[in-house]
Ligand binder design. Structure first.
Ligand code: RP5
Length: 164
């Protein structure tokens, strides 16, 4: 299977989007990342989706900030599932990115994650779950991740609550 494709509107998005890549790596899913901008490189946006279709890319993760049109425009050009990550913006802290990505018109879908690093990590996790629908090894990695996460909570320090 072709690697999961991580696209972002600018090199400046990488400090956030690297968390998607890390999650995929931790779960044993191959990925590759590129900068493609809906506004600065619109032709590249279209051709990148044509190539992704030819390559058999299973899922696209797209991060962008501000007027974050990248995920929606990618989704307009492909039937590959697109997961959108709102990258925090300088002026509005990513609320603009979130609303730009989440408010898709009926008929073209983007799965929108939370703003920032947690959203990027969860995009990686969700992409791995999509890959896992046809890959037992990835499903096992996700199960092991969840078990480790649960154990960390269960074995962590006990809360000391004041008497009621
Ligand atoms: C968006 O504009 C990018 O996704 C980025 O979040 C934001 C700022 O880009 P730069 O000016 O840092 O390249 O398109």
């Amino acid at each position: 299977m072709a690697p999961v494709l991580i696209l972002m509107g600018s090199q400046s998005d990488w400090p956030v989007m690297q968390h998607a890549a890390k999650m995929l790596k931790d779960l044993g899913v191959e990925w590759r990342a590129e900068v493609v901008s809906a506004h600065r490189t619109p032709d590249l946006l279209k051709s990148s989706m044509e190539q992704a279709e030819k390559d058999g890319v299973p899922v696209v993760i797209a991060g962008a900030g501000g007027a974050a049109h990248l995920p929606g425009m990618l989704a307009a050009y492909t039937a590959i599932p697109v997961l959108g990550v709102p990258v925090p913006s300088k002026q509005l802290k990513g609320l603009d990115s979130l609303l730009s990505i989440v408010q898709m018109p009926k008929g073209v879908a983007v799965g929108t994650l939370a703003i920032g690093q947690a959203g990027a990590a969860n995009a990686g996790l969700l992409a791995a779950q999509i890959v896992g629908t046809t890959n037992a090894k990835v499903r096992e990695s996700i199960q092991a991740f969840r078990t480790a996460q649960r154990d960390k909570v269960m074995n962590g320090p006990k809360l000391e609550l004041p008497d009621a």
